[in-house]
Design a protein around this ligand. Structure first.
Ligand code: GLV
Ligand code: MN
Ligand code: MN
Length: 471
């Protein structure tokens, strides 16, 4: 890379940072060589700074084309996108991303569960790298921007820096995380949880199955992962492997668009939890079993769904939310009283204690409802009960400085959605950059972000990565 942009190289180092970095121009032997090589003196930093950021260019047309192409790897018709972990479409989409990473000159590797890494070596490659990235799996009938902006946008951010002639000190690494969405195996942020070294998950995955009873290990193998020994601990990374992790993402809420602000700087990610519940009753004939004699597992589920709403509202805070996103009845015939019901409940809050109180209240309601209706509470399983995560001050500052230098309006905000950043925060200082999306829509086909807004996010990401790579 260095030889492709000889006269610019040391200047770019200068432009991104303070006097500490300015010293690099004179200390860095490469800079000297470049000066000798180019045969003319390096431009003074001052004039370069004035021109620098306005010349950062995002190739919007090709980025939009990539977003559209990636969306075509879907199991449901456009405009919806459905891309489930380790399915054929997921594997094709992964190949598409690896190819783009390769075209950008990154060295690509994958771990045992298919987290994909694309690295651009810095000129001090022994230092811990700066990472960015997101996910490309998509829940059923969702849109084409969730996660994708943080992966394709990251590749473009690297391209922007390369075209600019920037040379990173710390290596820059893009991570495509496996299964941020919990769709197939019920586990959200599967890849980043493992990276963060959660041993109980590595163990649990050996016996985890999907709704069709297909095992996680078989599915992973069919996609070319989990080789011989089923050992998932190879995925764990050491704390300190990255000096920073920054994720670019659509806001998935309406605030930035409503307020006409270009960039959201995330200060914290709300605490998510999910719960699986199963009731069992006797079932029976819809005509023959009289009402007093029934123990209807379906009605227990319906009552619990309403109880979830009640407990969430009782918290008294708009920040507490709860959703019953899955409610299945068995056997699922119009003329059969449900003998089994299955609910999956998602609840979140920026206040962990308050969220935990809601979980406990839901549990008490499930017990009471089962008793009252004479059904069995077969399962009440809190699948995950994650704490919130705080963004690192130094990264918040870097994103803020980048936004200012790019003349982009910005505001600090909380992420109410969860992200792989929630788990990367356990092993690395973390930060997130939000961009506006149409009406805040997400997890549905109407999800949309304009390419101009995406390009702003890419530029802020590029400058932030550059800054962090030089620290
Ligand atoms: C992520 O997709 C979330 O549900 O917050
Ligand atoms: Mn999502
Ligand atoms: Mn996402």
């Amino acid at each position: 890379m260095a030889l492709r942009f000889p006269p610019l190289l040391p200047l770019i180092v200068l432009c991104f940072c303070s006097s500490v970095i300015v010293a690099h121009k004179y200390d860095d032997p490469t800079a000297k060589t470049m000066e000798d090589f180019s045969g003319y003196p390096i431009q003074e930093p001052h004039s370069f700074i004035q021109n620098s950021f306005s010349s950062l260019s995002v190739e919007m047309e090709s980025l939009q084309k990539q977003i559209d192409e990636l969306a075509s790897f879907s199991d449901t018709p456009a405009p919806s996108v459905t891309r489930i972990l380790y399915t054929e479409k997921d594997v094709l989409a992964r190949r598409y991303i690896k190819n783009l990473m390769g075209l950008s000159g990154l060295s690509v590797r994958e771990d045992a569960v298919g987290n994909i890494f694309g690295r651009w070596d810095g000129y001090e490659p022994e230092l811990s790298a700066v990472a960015t990235g997101s996910h490309i799996d998509a829940i059923p009938y969702s849109g084409k921007y969730d996660g994708v902006v943080g992966v394709l946008g990251a590749i473009e951010a690297i391209n922007v820096l390369m075209r600019f002639g920037f040379k990173p000190r710390r290596s820059l690494e893009i991570i495509l995380f496996t299964s941020e969405e919990p769709t197939r195996f019920g586990i959200s942020c599967l890849g980043s949880r493992l990276l963060a070294g959660i041993e109980v998950l590595a163990k649990a995955l050996k016996t985890t199955v999907d709704a069709k009873n297909g095992s996680f290990l078989d599915a992973a193998r069919s996609a070319g992962y989990v080789k011989d020994d089923n050992d998932l601990s190879s995925v764990f990374i050491k704390k300190g492997s990255y000096s920073a992790f920054v994720e670019l993402h659509i806001e998935q809420g309406p605030i930035l668009e409503e307020e006409g602000i270009s960039i959201g700087i995330v200060t914290a990610i709300a605490a998510p939890a999910s719960i699986k519940v199963e009731f069992e009753g006797n079932g029976g004939h819809a005509g023959a079993v009289l009402m007093p004699n029934r123990n209807d597992a379906g009605l227990a589920a319906a009552e619990l769904a309403l109880a979830v709403e009640k407990h969430v509202l009782e918290s008294g805070s708009v920040d507490t939310v709860g959703t019953v996103g899955i409610l299945e009845l068995h056997p699922g015939a119009i003329n059969s009283i449900p003998s089994k019901s299955h609910l999956e409940i998602d609840t979140r809050d920026i206040d962990e204690d308050r969220r935990n109180t809601v979980i406990e209240n839901i549990r008490q309601s499930a017990i009471r409802i089962a008793k009252g209706r004479g059904v069995r509470l077969f399962e009440f399983n809190v699948i995950n009960q994650d704490p919130p995560a705080l963004a690192e001050k130094a990264i918040i500052k870097a994103v803020e400085a980048a936004s200012k230098e790019l003349n982009l309006t910005h505001k600090f905000m909380i992420s109410r959605a969860y992200h792989d950043s929630l788990f990367m925060a356990r092993v690395s200082p973390m930060g997130m950059i939000f961009i506006p999306c149409y009406k805040g829509y997400s997890h549905k086909p109407e999800e949309y972000a304009s390419i101009e807004d995406i390009a702003n996010g890419v530029k802020v990401l590029a400058v932030t990565l550059a800054k962090l790579s030089l620290t």
